[in-house]
Structure formats: C-alpha cells, structure tokens
Design a protein around this ligand. Structure first.
Ligand SMILES: NC(=O)C1=CN([C@@H]2O[C@H](COP(=O)(O)OP(=O)(O)OC[C@H]3O[C@@H](n4cnc5c(N)ncnc54)[C@H](O)[C@@H]3O)[C@@H](O)[C@H]2O)C=CC1
Ligand SMILES: O=C(O)C1=N[C@H](C(=O)O)C[C@H](O)C1
Length: 264
C-alpha cells in the first residue's frame, strides 16, 4: 500500500488526482494540503471531493500527523518547491506535476534528492500521448531542424510557455545545434510576434477559455512540413501517468525530470 498526500486538492488537477488515488487499491490517500483550510475533513468543504480525509494548510504538520510515502504536488512553482523541500526532510518521495520550475530549481532539488538518496519525479506532462509527442519531435528534429512550437491552454494557466513546451524545446536541443530561424534580417513590428526564443527555436503560447492542453510541433523543410500534435481533452488524460509516477518513484533514489525517462 502506498500512502499518499495530495497538495492542491481543489484544483483542476488536484481533484482528478484525489479521484485517482482513492480509486486505486494499492494507494491510500491519508491527507490533503490546501492553503485555505486546516483542521477540517474534505467532506466539510463543498469544493472538495466528499471524503472523510483530513485537510491541512501546513505540510510539516501534515507529515508529522500522517507519515506517508508519496507527496503529489499540483499547485504553483513557488509552493511546489517548498513542498518538495519539506517532503525531502520527512523522507517522503515527491511526484510533482506543477510546472514553472527554473533550471536552477530542478538542479537544486536533484542535488538534495541525490544527497538523501530519495526518489522524486518532476513531470511537466503526465499524459502518455504528450510524452510520445515530445519523443517523436526529438526524433524528427534530427532530420528537420527548422521547428516551432505552438502550445494552447485554458486561460487560467499561470505560466507561459507551458512546462511541456519548455521540455519539448530542451529535448529538441539535445539533437539540434543552436540555430536562428526565419529571415536573418527579420524584425518584430509588434513585440512578441515571433514568440519566445529557445536557442533559435520559437515557442508561441495561446490562452483561451474552452481550451484544455494542446501542443503542435511544426517542422519545415524544402517543399514539406511535418506537424506532430497532442491534445489533452480532459484532466483524466494525465492520471495514468500520475499513477505510474507514484509507483515508480518508490523504486528510485534520484530525481527524474520528465516521464520520458520512465516510459521506455
Ligand atoms: N504535469 C502535468 O501533466 C500537468 C501539470 N499541470 C500543472 O499543475 C499545476 C496545477 O494546475 P491546475 O490544477 O490546472 O491549477 P489550479 O489553479 O486549478 O489548481 C492549483 C491549486 O493549488 C492550490 N494551492 C495554491 N497554493 C497552495 C498551497 N500553498 N498549498 C496547497 N495548495 C495550494 C490552489 O488553491 C489551487 O486549488 C500547474 O502548475 C499546471 O501547470 C496541469 C495539468 C497537467
Ligand atoms: O496548466 C495546465 O493545464 C497544463 N500544464 C502542464 C504544462 O505546463 O505543460 C501540462 C499540460 O500542458 C496542462
């Protein structure tokens, strides 16, 4: 039985993760952490799943009262990092879907995981199809290095570009030399028209109500284009990946950044 705590249980992802964790026979949800509520049960909060599970507004207090194996964090980057540091102190393995971590954050957290020999997973995208989209894009970039990313998300999203777009760009950079794209003399008539620049690869972020999470990676070559696209149509699409991460993190003694390292 893997004992789990979830941070962010009222969020889009947190709600889905609560359903997943309580629906799995080998998982036990022991508590949740939400910055607005403390000392109540989930079923006393109308916006939470109606469960007889304690709610804390403080991770330390939560871990003191409920020893557990895995923390699932689905909050914001500042909060997620703090939660991870507390989890490491208590020997709890973090599974983090929260996006917006800097390279320095990931490096710092990796070092701590290594020192403590404690498993941790930060996954910018838990959807299996999105992992494949990233892997296929890396494969295509070897042959078609002119590439741009268009990511589309709901308008409640805080970070841009998305964690998935940043991870895709980094994976492409492993096989593509830094290269400026477009006309050498191009200018932006309006700031931002050419999107964000990752080693010459452009990333464009669209935010609109009605969207969930979508990404298209477009490659251009002489007389041809290639488009690799993934769409998450709901948050349930992420849950098989969250489940797999919770199971896998128990066998790790380092931090793994990206589910592509787990799905071979
Ligand atoms: N890795 C993946 O596959 C996915 C990652 N995400 C990421 O997960 C994060 C959450 O996304 P959503 O659920 O859509 O956002 P959301 O805004 O619906 O939920 C975030 C929740 O965190 C809670 N929160 C904020 N501060 C907190 C604190 N100190 N302690 C406990 N809870 C706190 C908020 O109350 C809110 O309920 C974002 O960073 C998003 O980019 C989202 C979808 C998929
Ligand atoms: O905020 C979201 O919704 C999502 N965030 C992740 C990201 O930033 O890539 C994963 C997915 O795209 C949904």
């Amino acid at each position: 039985m893997i004992k789990i705590v979830i941070a962010g249980p009222r969020g889009n992802m947190g709600k889905e993760a609560v359903k997943m964790a309580t629906g799995e026979e080998s998982f036990e949800l022991v508590a949740v952490v939400d910055h607005r509520y403390n000392g109540v049960k989930m079923n006393e909060i109308p916006t939470m799943e109606q469960l007889d599970i304690p709610v804390y507004d403080n991770m330390t207090q939560c871990f003191e009262n409920h020893p557990c194996d895995v923390l699932i964090d689905l909050t914001t980057p500042e909060v997620g990092k703090k939660h991870m540091l507390t989890a490491f102190e208590y020997g709890v393995r973090p599974v983090v879907g929260t996006t917006g971590f800097t390279d320095e954050d990931v490096e710092e957290l990796s070092q701590i995981a290594q020192e403590k020999q404690l498993g941790a997973i930060i996954a910018p995208n838990f959807a299996i199809g999105a992992i494949l989209m990233m892997k296929f894009s890396q494969m295509a970039a070897r042959y078609m290095p002119n590439v741009e990313i268009i990511e589309q998300h709901h308008d409640r999203k805080l970070d841009a570009p998305s964690g998935t777009a940043v991870k895709t760009a980094k994976m492409i950079s492993e096989v593509r030399e830094e290269m400026k794209q477009g006309h050498p003399n191009e200018t932006e008539q309006m700031a931002g028209a050419r999107g964000a620049d990752h080693e010459g690869l452009r990333i464009h972020s669209i935010r609109l109500p009605g969207l969930v999470a979508h990404q298209e990676v477009i490659f251009g070559g002489e007389g041809q284009t290639l488009k690799i696209r993934h769409d998450s149509l709901n948050r349930a699409s992420f849950m098989p990946g969250v489940k797999l991460a919770c199971e896998t993190v128990m066998k790790l003694d380092i931090l793994v950044y990206g589910l592509e390292h787990i799905i071979e």
